[in-house]
Ligand binder design. Structure first.
Ligand code: GDD
Ligand code: MG
Length: 346
């Protein structure tokens, strides 16, 4: 039976200070722990057996998903005390794998139809299929070169900027035959990107690229996390069907406020008179006082925004305090419990 393996053991260093107290795979996106988006994508491909490969703060993740029953999947976990790299994590899951496997980086948001990728993989009789995507700025990604028939000719992980040719990147989703496991040593760290794919290509293994035209965005840095949030807010990327959250416009309906139709607000937020919210996400129990403006931003739960504060293109962690008249400029990222004093500009 085809199973999915989600690589969720990274530290999320580039998301700091955001992913300090919460591992990257469960940072809230549109107020939902991120992995729910991936689970939804996997279920749409009729795959219900999911292995989560964990390393960093595993308990915080297992506490949310448990055995997966509540979400209509069977969830199993593997855990590395020392991170074994992406391919090492696949190897560490060997005893749970009996067939072709869909492997996903745990930090990518996509609407790619995995069933179609599996169909393509079979048609090509590939040992491995790599989903690729075209991006505006390919720096900092793995680059994939392929021939006209889709066969991969080169895989280059994060080449230096002046060696970046082409705009087609590794989207972090692979279909792998079980035989690929035999190529990975049982001990130590191994990377798909730096070790396995280049060595498979050198051996003449059949690796194919499936170019996705669907929404694709990773959440590996604050800027990319914001882009993923805009993708959801604008409806360019779909929300998962669960967990269902009711969003009744309760305690802000009666005030004079301006909230655009697309912003996502948890029902437990309190929003006062004269507030304007545009293209933004507000987590549970945020409090926004008179005259504040929140635009193109994501505010995590329990944050308090005092009167006339202005927040634009920023990410604000949990339980922060944004002082009266304070201004957060575009690009600001505040970790949990940050305090911004009245009338300051940061
Ligand atoms: N279990 C486990 N163990 N998981 C790991 C480990 C490990 O040692 N190292 C990384 N991961 C997980 C991360 O949690 C993440 O979900 C995924 O593997 C990829 O690691 P990242 O650290 O996010 O890699 P990246 O973003 O620099 O690059 C990767 O993703 C790009 C697309 O977003 C590469 O696959 C690139 O080639 C690709 O273009
Ligand atoms: Mg990443």
């Amino acid at each position: 039976m085809i199973k999915a393996l989600i690589l969720a053991g990274g530290k999320g260093a580039r998301l700091r200070p955001l992913a300090l107290h919460i591992p990257k795979p469960i940072v809230p996106l549109a107020n939902i722990p991120f992995l729910f988006f991936q689970i939804d994508r996997i279920k749409r491909a009729e795959i219900t057996e999911i292995i989560l490969s964990l390393s960093y703060q595993p308990r915080k993740i297992t506490d949310i998903f448990g055995d997966g029953m509540k979400y209509g999947v069977t969830m199993r976990y593997t855990h590395e005390d020392l991170p074994r790299g992406t391919a090492g994590a696949f190897k560490a899951s060997e005893n749970l794998i009996d067939d072709t496997t869909v492997v996903l980086n745990g930090d990518i948001l996509t609407d790619t139809d995995l069933l179609d990728v599996i169909r393509y993989h079979r048609e090509k009789k590939a040992d491995a299929t790599i989903v690729t995507a075209r991006v505006m700025n390919p720096v900092g990604y793995g680059l994939v070169d392929a021939a006209a028939d889709g066969r991969v000719t080169r895989f280059t992980e994060k080449p230096p900027e002046d060696e970046v040719t082409g705009d087609t990147i590794n989207a972090g989703i692979y279909i792998l035959e079980r035989s690929v496991l035999d190529r990975i040593p049982s001990e130590g760290a191994q990377s798909f990107e730096r070790d396995l794919f280049p060595s498979m290509l050198a051996d003449g293994a059949r690796i194919y690229a499936y170019l996705t035209h669907d929404f694709w965005q990773d959440i590996g840095s604050p800027q990319k996390y914001l882009e993923a949030s805009y993708g959801i807010i604008s409806g360019r990327s779909k929300m998962p069907g669960y967990p269902q959250k009711s969003c009744p416009p309760n305690n802000w309906e009666k005030h004079q406020v301006s909230i655009d139709l697309v912003s996502i607000l948890d029902g437990k937020c309190v929003v006062k008179t004269g507030v304007a919210i545009e293209n933004s996400v507000l987590g549970e129990s945020c409090r926004v006082e008179e005259g504040a403006l929140i635009k193109d931003s994501v505010i995590w739960s329990g944050t308090r925004i005092l009167p006339n504060a202005r927040i634009e293109r920023a990410i604000v962690g949990r339980q922060c305090h944004i002082g009266e008249g304070a201004r957060l400029r575009p690009g600001t990222v505040l970790g949990d419990k940050s305090i911004v004093s009245d009338f300051s500009v940061i």
